[in-house]
Write a protein that binds this ligand. Structure first.
Ligand code: FPP
Length: 247
């Protein structure tokens, strides 16, 4: 049986989030510059999107550019921005063909106009697609997101639209940029690092974490299947005891 065939449809994570890490190290190992690593990372983005759609995952969130990434050398930031526009242009047809809906989370107003426009155009073009939702985290950081949510909420409370006593975990989540996106059940990080790096801190409260030594440009369909299979061996207790969840 192939890894893909071993996956149980009944225990599929609805949402998988990935911290794509290791492009720079991958390039260095090959004596190339970091930008070559990012370009090679696009093939892994394509593979993982295709395989997630094939096995029936509904949401795939990719950490493509963090708030902190703005501090990288200008040449690298510009290259990543151009790569984003290039990749979206090259892949829009495939997204449409495979019924994939594109979404973003993060402070996208900080992105260069050309990138922002291309994203908005593709989000709108794919908005009726009912298959996989591909969520790109761009200019995203969790602390920015939570702080932003608190500011919006306080302003609503101050203007009398929201009653402080009615605020709870569910309605607070509506102020986050992941509003209407379910929390990820599985978070994957590549490249051997075992950190969360300011990614989806609110949303991963009960996510299963999966770390692999593979550098992102080497990540292939089989790696996603292996992570999903590993997820399916975990017992998710949500603070309860084993007997309560295995009834
Ligand atoms: C992390 O590797 C990777 C990034 C910060 C960027 C990810 C971008 C892509 C894969 C390409 C474009 C994306 C899309 C969605 C088309 P790193 O540079 O931190 O690697 P290092 O830790 O080895 O230096």
């Amino acid at each position: 049986m192939t890894l893909k065939e071993e996956i149980s449809k009944e225990k599929l994570p609805r949402h998988v989030a990935i911290i794509m890490d290791g492009n720079g190290r991958w390039a260095k190992q090959k004596g190339k510059d970091r930008i070559f690593g990012h370009k090679s990372g696009v093939a892994a983005v394509r593979e993982v999107t295709e395989s997630a759609a094939e096995i029936g995952i509904k949401y795939l969130t990719l950490y493509a550019f963090s708030t902190e990434n703005w501090n990288r050398p200008m040449k690298e930031v510009n290259a990543l921005m151009s790569l984003l526009v290039y990749s979206i242009n090259a892949e829009t047809k495939t997204l449409m063909k495979n019924n994939v809906r594109l979404l973003t989370i993060g402070d996208t107003s900080r992105l260069p106009g050309k990138v922002y426009k291309k994203l908005e155009e593709t989000i709108s073009r794919t908005s009726e697609n009912k298959g996989l939702s591909l969520v790109l985290a761009l200019s995203y950081s969790s602390r920015w997101e939570i702080l932003n949510a608190v500011k919006k909420l306080v302003s609503e409370i101050n203007s009398g639209n929201v009653d402080l006593n009615q605020v709870n975990e569910n309605n607070f989540a509506n102020y986050l940029s992941t509003k209407e996106i379910p929390d990820p059940e599985l978070l994957i990080r590549t490249s051997g690092e075992q950190r969360i790096s300011n990614f989806l801190l609110w949303q991963i409260a009960y996510s299963e974490l999966y770390f692999t030594d593979k550098l992102w440009p080497d990540f292939r369909k089989e790696d996603l299947y292996a992570a999903v299979l590993d997820f399916q061996t975990r017992e998710r207790r949500f603070g309860q005891i084993s007997e309560q969840v295995n009834f």
